[in-house]
Design a protein around this ligand. Structure first.
Ligand SMILES: [Zn+2]
Length: 73
């Protein structure tokens, strides 16, 4: 008889964020709004957070393409 409630919300403490750097460019990383990933502010690589542990590995990272919306015409 176990209670299945009480979902633990995992988040990265600010202290940890302060020491984490992007392994690709040594830039600062910021936690995404939903806490699911860390994003480098320099090269825009996004590192996934697995079980509350950020995977600071270049091979795990995805690059978020943020192309500015432009209207041609
Ligand atoms: Zn970077």
């Amino acid at each position: 008889m176990c209670r299945g409630e009480g979902e633990l919300k995992l988040s990265i403490p600010q202290d940890l964020l302060d020491i984490l750097i992007c392994p690709a460019c040594q830039g600062r990383v910021e936690l995404k709004a939903d806490g699911s990933a860390l994003k480098c502010v320099e090269c825009r690589r996004v590192y996934p957070v697995k079980n509350g542990i950020p995977a600071m590995v270049v091979e795990e990272a995805t690059i978020e393409d943020e192309e500015p919306r432009q209207q041609t015409g």
